[in-house]
Design a protein around this ligand. Structure first.
Ligand SMILES: *[C@@H]1O[C@H](CO)[C@@H](O)[C@H](O)[C@H]1NC(C)=O
Ligand SMILES: *[C@@H]1O[C@H](CO)[C@@H](O)[C@H](O)[C@H]1NC(C)=O
Length: 466
């Protein structure tokens, strides 16, 4: 079965499962292609490599994603760490346990829910603590990762989270190298979200990142991902917003830049504290983006995730600090105002792009002085934040997959030479049928799936044939 058929089949099931929600806010068509949130967790404790799943870092809770999707969200940004995925080097081998978990999350989002998964190496342009300077290594990294997802038409590639304090030409070259690696892996239909220097801030984008307008993509599917917080220093570290219009104020120049350069943009991170000034400012931001949806394709709130505790921006259902306050604001702008899951044919959402491919630009842009204030680090290392202080339910580490795409009996090293993996999982004799459980904590039932399904991790407690 081709993957597109899988999506169709899964979506049909989701339609049946979707529960009607009370319509407290009148919905309208936002003009967006995508609106959703980040699903933060797998990138946590970046100072602890590789770290321990279940205590240092966490994969998203698929049940929570389901709730958000049922409410109308259609894109989920999934941060991960490059060092956990490729521990030795960017040209080295993939850690297949981490890759399996990333794939499971992505498979749930795209294959089961029919939503988009924006995969995000949350590395700030750094690898193993150093600014990435080798474009060929970065290209190789992306070729490997994109090779894993080349058949996932609803995966979107985010080249890297928030480059900052880097040579501006290097930021250009890294983005171009990522595009080259992704396309050369055969992932030619998916969107690529490029980020900019100075923490990818929208408010400084036009002055800092102007050179990125010369990036080229043979598939013409570049989207410029910018981030924008609304507190005084744009860092996303305070629940106080400057004023009620600061949302639209801070992205105006980026809107102009996109339009004058005939580009498409996306706000990959935004948030505000739980107070009326911020709520108006966030609504104003979304309203501005929506009114300019010829250039703005959507946005993802920062952030949902299973372990935020009382983090001020948490939109994790149902008790995240910002969930009940901000989800109704997002609902006003969800794609088509719909609350039922729908599969958007990728062919219908391509932004118009130029058909001729500009020649590769000379690197003539000056290095800009980057002010670092767009976005300070606003993610907990678990040992130091309030969210870690509260009692945490124990999530058991994910034990060996009962039957996975990699369970061929070969060693990981043999099994996993980067993007060249083409072998199919072995056919075993047990038979869990489509959508049935095939593993998880304490599971004693069948651990293989009837062809053509794959036993897929949905959460540590539940593996499912999809
Ligand atoms: C996952 O999300 C569901 C739905 O919001 C929730 O009921 C459940 O407690 C969550 N599980 C964990 C481990 O956070
Ligand atoms: C909000 O703050 C911005 C930046 O200081 C300013 O340009 C704008 O006029 C302010 N808006 C209001 C309503 O005061």
């Amino acid at each position: 079965m081709k993957f597109s058929n899988l999506i169709w089949a899964a979506s049909t099931v989701c339609l049946v499962r979707a529960l009607p929600k009370p319509n407290t806010i009148e919905k309208r068509s936002s003009g967006f292609y995508w609106l959703g949130c980040s699903q933060s967790g797998a990138e946590w404790a970046s100072n602890t490599i590789p770290g321990t799943l279940g205590s240092d870092y966490f994969w998203p809770n698929t049940s929570a994603i389901q709730v958000l999707k049922d409410g109308g969200a259609n894109i989920f940004r999934v941060p991960f760490l490059m060092e956990r995925l490729m521990p030795a080097s960017m040209t080295g081998k993939v850690d297949y346990a981490y890759m399996n978990a990333l794939r499971s999350t992505v498979t749930f989002i795209t294959g089961q829910l029919g939503a988009f998964a924006l995969i995000d190496p949350h590395n700030y342009g750094r690898y193993q603590g150093n600014i990435i300077t080798s474009t060929s290594d970065f290209e190789a990294f992306w070729k490997t990762v994109a090779g894993e997802f080349q058949l996932y038409d609803k995966v979107i590639f985010d080249t890297n989270n928030e480059y900052h304090d880097m040579d501006q030409t290097l930021v250009f070259n890294l983005n171009q190298a990522a595009i080259k690696g992704i396309r050369s892996a055969g992932a030619t239909t998916q969107y690529i979200f490029v980020e900019g220097n100075a923490w990818s801030g929208a408010w400084t984008w036009a002055s800092v990142n102007d050179n990125l307008k010369s990036l080229t993509d043979p598939s013409n599917k570049i989207v410029y991902e910018m981030h924008q917080y609304l507190d005084s220093d744009c860092s996303g570290t305070s629940p106080t917003c400057v004023n009620s219009t600061i949302g639209q104020d801070r992205v105006q120049s980026a809107t102009q830049w996109l339009r004058s350069n005939n580009k498409k943009g996306f706000i990959g991170e935004f948030a505000g504290g739980v107070n009326s000034v911020c709520q108006t400012a966030v609504d104003g931001l979304l309203s501005h983006l929506s009114s300019n949806s010829d250039v703005w394709l959507g946005a993802t709130w920062w952030a949902a995730g299973p372990k935020w505790g009382n983090y001020m921006f948490s939109i994790e259902p149902a008790d995240g600090s910002a969930y009940s306050y901000y989800f109704p604001i997002l609902e006003k702008y969800f794609v088509n105002g719909q609350t039922t899951p729908s599969t958007i044919p990728s062919s219908s959402i391509h932004p118009t792009g130029t058909t001729s491919i500009p020649s590769y630009p000379a690197n003539t842009m000056p290095v800009s002085s980057t002010s670092n204030t767009n976005h300070q680090y606003h993610m907990p290392t678990l040992s130091t934040t309030s969210s870690s202080a509260e009692a945490k339910p124990t999530i058991p580490a994910v034990s060996s997959p009962p039957s996975t795409v990699y369970a061929t009996g070969k060693s990981p090293a043999n099994e996993y030479p980067g993007s060249s993996r083409t072998t199919s999982p072995p056919v075993e004799t047990q038979v869990a049928q489509h959508y049935q459980q095939c593993g998880g904590t304490g599971w004693t039932g069948p651990t293989s799936c009837a062809s053509p399904c794959t036993c897929t991790l949905q959460n540590p407690y539940y593996w499912q044939c999809v």
